[in-house]
Design a protein around this ligand. Structure first.
Ligand code: AHR
Ligand code: AHR
Ligand code: AHR
Length: 501
C-alpha cells in the first residue's frame, strides 16, 4: 500500500508499526502533537471514534452528532443523510478530535458583522461539499461568503511568538478574492488587534496584500493586516497558483522563521513555497499570536471569503518537513475524490424545461420571468407563446461548475437565471466568475418529496423558492422575509417537465 520511500521515511520517523497512523498520530510521533484536529470527513487519529461534527435539521431544529463509521475511519455520511432526509441541514459544530475540547462553532460578530440577525456568521450547509474518501461518501464544509466558525478560548494553541504548525485539505477550485477564507490562529476578540496577532492559512486570489505567481489562487499566511506569500515581497514568484481539486496547504511558524508548503492532496508530495525570515514590517517579529481558532473568516470576522474545508489541524511546536511529508502521504492514502453534486430526477443538457410550483394553491404556477424579474405565473398549453417562452428554460452545463447546471432563458438567449442579493433574476452572462457562480445550481431530490429542489452552487443553504409569487434563492429560516420557514419545503420543490416552448 505504501511506497518504499514512504516506508523508509516512516522508519526514519520511528513510525514503523504505526504506518496506518492518522495525521495526528504522525504529528505526535514527530514531537509536535495536534492541539486541535477538525474534520467532517474522517478521524484524524487512528483510534478516534468520537463525534466529528454536529448537524442541525430545519424540520424540528434538533441535532445529531456524526462519528466515523469505525475508529480512525471515514465519517458516517449515511447517518447524516437519514437524519437530514426531506429537510435542510446545517453544520453547527466541528468537534476537536485532540481531546482538548477545541471545537469550532458559529462565529460571533467582531470588527465585521456576520449576516445573521444577531451579527453572527452563517452556518454551512451540511450537504454543499460531498466527496468520497477511499470510495466512502463524506461531506466537507462549504463556506460561502458570510459563513464562519470560531473558538475564542481554546486550550494549548500557540500564543505570542510560540511555535506552531497547521495544515488543511481544501477544494482548490472553490475560492474568491474576498477577505478571508482562513483556517488557523487569530484574535480572541474577533477584532483586528494589530500586525502579528494572527497566523492562519489563507486560500484564495485576494491581491490586496500579497500574491504569488500567476493569477491565483494561492496559499498564503494571514498574519493580520497582511496575506503573506513570502517575507516582505508583495509577490513571491515562488508561491505558485495552486488549483488542484484537492489541495493540501500548510503553514508553520516559530521565532524568526515561518514557512508555506502545499501539494495536490490526491497525489504527490509537499513542496515548499517559502521558508525563511519573518516579515520585517513592525509587529511580525516577534509575533503576538492570540490563540483563537478561525475557519472561513478573517481575524476581525471579515466574512467575504469562500472556500471548502475538509480537514485541518493545528500543532504545538514547529513540525519538521519530514513529519509534514508523512502527513501528506497519509492524506493521499485517504483518497479524496469527487462525487455527484446532484440527486433526484435528472436534467439533460440542451433540453428545454419548465419548473412547476408544488405548494398547494400555487401548483398551476411555473417559474417564469418578466424582464429581469423572476416570478411564478399560471401557464398552460393554451397560454400565449410569449408567456410559454417566459416559463421555459434551456438546461446548460453549470457555468460555474460543470457538475451542476445553469438555466438559460428560452426567449433571451445568453441570459440565465442567477441570484443577486438572494433574489432570482434573469441577466445576460457578463463572463465574470461571480456571474458564472451565481448562475450555477445543483438540483437534488425535492425537499417535499416531489420533483427537485434547486440548490445554489455557491450558497448551498439557498434554494429556488417562490414567495409571494416572486423567485428567490432562499435559506430555510434565514433572515429575509422570503426565508420564512413556513411552507419552505413546498415552496422550494418543483416538478420539472418539458418546457412549454
Ligand atoms: O490580514 C488580512 C485581514 O486583515 C485579516 O484576516 C483581518 O483581521 C484584517 O481585516
Ligand atoms: O445572491 C447572493 C449574492 O449577492 C451573490 O452571490 C452576489 O453576486 C450578490 O452580491
Ligand atoms: O409564493 C406564494 C406563497 O407566498 C408561498 O407559498 C408562501 O410561502 C408565500 O406567502
Amino acid at each position: 500500500m505504501f511506497s518504499r520511500p514512504i516506508l523508509e521515511r516512516a522508519w526514519a520517523l520511528g513510525l514503523v508499526g504505526l504506518v496506518a497512523a492518522g495525521p495526528c498520530d504522525i504529528y505526535s510521533s514527530g514531537g509536535t502533537p495536534c492541539i486541535a484536529a477538525h474534520s467532517t470527513t474522517r478521524a484524524l487519529y487512528n483510534a478516534f471514534s468520537g463525534s466529528l461534527y454536529q448537524v442541525k435539521r430545519g424540520s424540528d431544529n434538533t441535532t445529531r452528532n456524526i462519528a466515523p463509521v469505525s475508529a480512525g475511519g471515514v465519517a458516517n455520511a449515511a447517518s447524516q443523510d437519514s437524519f437530514c432526509a426531506g429537510t435542510t441541514c446545517l453544520i453547527t459544530i466541528i468537534y476537536d478530535q485532540s481531546g482538548r475540547g477545541n471545537h469550532l462553532a458559529q462565529a460571533p460578530p467582531g470588527g465585521f458583522q456576520g449576516p445573521e440577525a444577531n451579527g453572527y456568521d452563517n452556518l454551512a450547509s451540511a450537504t454543499g461539499a460531498p466527496v468520497t474518501l477511499n470510495g466512502q461518501k463524506a461531506y466537507g464544509v462549504f463556506v460561502s461568503p458570510g459563513t464562519g466558525y470560531r473558538n475564542n478560548a481554546p486550550s494549548g494553541t500557540a500564543k505570542g511568538d510560540a511555535a506552531e504548525g497547521m495544515y488543511t485539505v481544501l477544494d482548490g477550485t472553490h475560492f474568491n478574492g474576498g477577505c478571508c477564507f482562513d483556517y488557523g490562529n487569530a484574535e480572541t476578540n474577533n477584532k483586528d488587534t494589530g500586525n502579528g496577532h494572527m497566523e492562519a492559512i489563507y486560500f484564495g486570489d485576494n491581491t490586496i496584500w500579497g500574491s504569488g505567481a500567476g493569477s491565483g489562487p494561492w496559499i498564503m499566511a494571514d498574519l493580520e493586516n497582511g496575506l503573506f506569500s513570502g517575507q516582505n515581497t508583495k509577490n513571491n514568484a515562488g508561491d505558485p497558483s495552486i488549483s488542484y481539486r484537492f489541495v493540501t496547504a500548510a503553514i508553520k511558524g516559530q521565532p524568526n522563521q515561518w514557512a508555506i508548503r502545499g501539494a495536490n492532496a490526491a497525489s504527490g508530495t509537499l513542496s515548499t513555497y517559502y521558508n525563511g525570515a519573518r516579515p520585517s514590517a513592525s509587529g511580525y517579529n516577534p509575533m503576538s499570536k492570540e490563540g483563537a481558532i478561525i475557519l472561513g473568516i478573517g481575524g476581525d470576522n471579515s466574512v467575504s471569503g469562500q472556500g471548502t474545508f475538509y480537514e485541518g489541524v493545528m500543532t504545538s511546536g514547529f513540525p519538521s518537513d519530514a513529519t509534514e511529508n508523512a502527513v501528506q502521504a497519509n492524506i493521499v492514502a485517504a483518497k479524496y475524490a469527487t462525487t455527484s453534486l446532484t440527486s433526484g430526477p435528472a436534467f439533460t443538457v440542451g433540453s428545454s424545461v419548465s419548473f412547476r410550483a408544488t405548494t398547494a394553491g400555487y401548483d398551476t404556477r411555473f417559474l417564469a420571468h418578466s424582464g429581469a424579474a423572476v416570478n411564478t405565473q399560471v401557464v398552460s398549453s393554451s397560454s400565449a407563446t410569449t408567456l410559454k417562452q417566459q416559463a421555459s428554460w434551456t438546461v446548460r452545463s453549470g457555468l460555474g461548475n460543470s457538475a451542476c447546471f445553469s438555466f438559460e432563458s428560452r426567449d433571451t438567449p445568453g441570459s440565465y437565471i442567477r441570484h443577486n442579493n438572494f433574489v432570482l433574476q434573469v441577466d445576460s452572462n457578463d463572463g465574470s466568475k461571480q456571474f458564472r457562480e451565481d448562475a450555477t445550481f445543483c438540483p437534488q431530490a425535492g425537499l417535499n418529496g416531489q420533483g427537485n429542489s434547486i440548490r445554489a452552487w455557491n450558497y448551498p443553504t439557498c434554494y429556488f423558492r417562490h414567495y409571494a409569487n416572486v423567485g428567490y434563492a432562499a435559506r430555510n429560516g434565514g433572515v429575509h422575509v422570503f426565508d420564512n420557514a413556513a411552507s419552505f419545503n413546498d415552496d422550494a420543490s418543483w416538478v420539472v417537465s418539458a418546457g412549454f416552448a
